[in-house]
Design a binder for this molecule. Structure first.
Ligand code: SF4
Length: 439
């Protein structure tokens, strides 16, 4: 129960693991291979592994097999293009109002499917004091950031004083409203969640924590006690799990998982589709399996226990929610929906609904600017008419250049009335003045 002892007695070689687990030939080959993602397993987490079951779901998460060395189509080193969205090393600014701040590359144990295996586990890639300064400086001069998520690696393995310092500096930034940590320490090393650690977090509210449990076997009395200490320190807890073949790709395992989580006051938050990251090929499932799992949860258990299933877009598009289709058909005034049992019903919409009635109240709320990221909402709010792929206009001009029907001011003919900025509404002015000349 001493977290420092756990960290310094982690198991990482075939010889060490063979003392407590009957390794398969495939596992032995992987453990002696060069260049594989780092292996380190806390004795506590190793004790959850069934030593005689090569299919044990805990084992598959942390002990490599030689299947990890098999490449697969579309695999990438940085499948979420995080480094592309990084204004300074370790800071990923992908969404309008929040950032991901990577503050270490070290973890308590290493997951075989880690999306950041390109840097995680490698002490030479870890972040320096100067890089923390650059990350914090970027946040300070970017007022649109209201939410900072600390991750890594695992921020909870950082030296306590260093984590305290980083949290303190973030809390001192007036526009940072909430601070979050994503951590697997409560799962790999629950004894790290000491009362002193919780007291430290308590200074930085509103502070949120997401843990990472994939299978009900990981929910032990030790994890339950750690979750209880965090909850009593006022830290709201969520869980994000990754959908993994042979680990949790089952409606019934997922149902058991979410039920056990809510019993320890952890809200299932995300179920991730496994990323296209090197080494994870054998752990990936189809997306349809994820949809089937949500089909088996939504309605079948409390809404509170149903995570959002997401595909984190390869190439850096961010999280895309995916779910079964509950809308069967629509017509003006009617929406036909189905529930989890297959019951089909009609929602009758009001025909006199006035979406403008709220405008007076809405005007009292300051809008948050989202420069360049207004997205589909901008289409709905009338700020733009279309979103075009890069080069769309040039492709459709077919190299023809300007001619009498598409030159100069006449290009205004594609400006939709009442959409976008006022100054380009010349067609409306012409209409108002009755001047229809095509000068
Ligand atoms: S705890 Fe998170 S960062 Fe660390 S190896 Fe696992 S998935 Fe990667």
């Amino acid at each position: 129960m001493d977290w420092r002892w756990q960290m310094s007695n982690r198991l990482n070689s075939a010889d060490e693991l063979a003392r407590v687990i009957n390794l398969t030939d495939s596992e032995r080959r992987a453990l002696s291979a060069k260049g594989l993602f780092r292996v380190d397993i806390t004795p506590y987490f190793a004790s959850l592994i069934d030593p005689n079951d090569p299919l044990c779901p805990v084992r598959k998460q942390v002990i490599p097999t030689d299947r990890e060395m098999v490449p697969f189509q579309s695999m990438m080193e940085d499948s979420l293009a995080e480094d592309k969205h990084s204004p300074v090393p370790g800071l990923v600014h992908r969404y309008p109002d929040r950032v991901l701040m990577l503050i270490t590359t070290q973890c308590a144990s290493y997951c075989r499917y880690c999306t950041r295996s390109r840097i995680v586990g490698d002490p030479t890639q870890t972040f320096s004091r100067a890089e923390f300064d650059a990350q914090i400086d970027y946040i300070e001069r970017t007022p649109q950031i209201r939410d900072v998520l600390l991750s890594g690696g695992d921020p909870m393995v950082l030296a306590p004083r260093l984590l305290d310092m980083i949290l303190g500096r973030l809390r001192a930034i007036p526009h940072v409203e909430i601070i979050r940590i994503g951590s697997r320490v409560p799962v790999f090393l629950p004894m790290r969640v000491t009362p002193e650690f919780c007291d430290m977090l308590d200074k930085y509210h509103p502070f949120w924590l997401n843990i990472h449990v994939n299978h009900p076997k990981e929910i032990t009395p030790e994890l339950a006690a750690a979750a209880d200490r965090l909850t009593r320190a006022g830290v709201p807890l969520g869980n994000q799990s990754v959908l993994l073949a042979g680990v949790n790709d089952s409606v019934h395992i997922q149902r058991k998982l979410v039920h056990e989580l809510v019993k320890i006051r952890v809200r299932p938050y995300y179920l991730y589709q496994c990323d296209l990251v090197e080494g994870s090929g054998h752990l990936r499932t189809t997306v349809s399996k994820g949809i089937e799992i949500i089909e088996g949860l939504r309605g079948h258990t409390s809404g509170y226990a149903v995570p959002q299933y997401v595909v984190d877009a390869p190439g850096g598009g961010g999280k895309i929610p995916v779910m079964p289709n509950y809308v069967i058909s629509q017509a003006p005034g009617k929406v036909v929906l189905r529930n989890f049992e297959g019951f089909i019903t009609t929602y009758t919409e009001p025909l006199d609904y006035d979406p403008h009635e709220i405008q007076h109240q809405e005007a009292l709320i300051a809008r948050r600017p989202e420069p360049g990221q207004e997205g589909v909402l901008a289409l709905l709010e009338g700020e733009r008419m279309a979103i075009e792929p890069e080069g769309f206009g040039d492709t459709h001009a077919r190299g023809g250049g300007e001619h009498r029907l598409r030159s100069g001011d006449i290009a205004q003919k594609w400006q939709p009335l009442g959409v976008g900025s006022i100054e380009v509404h010349k067609p409306r002015e012409r209409l108002a003045s009755g001047n229809n000349e095509t000068e």
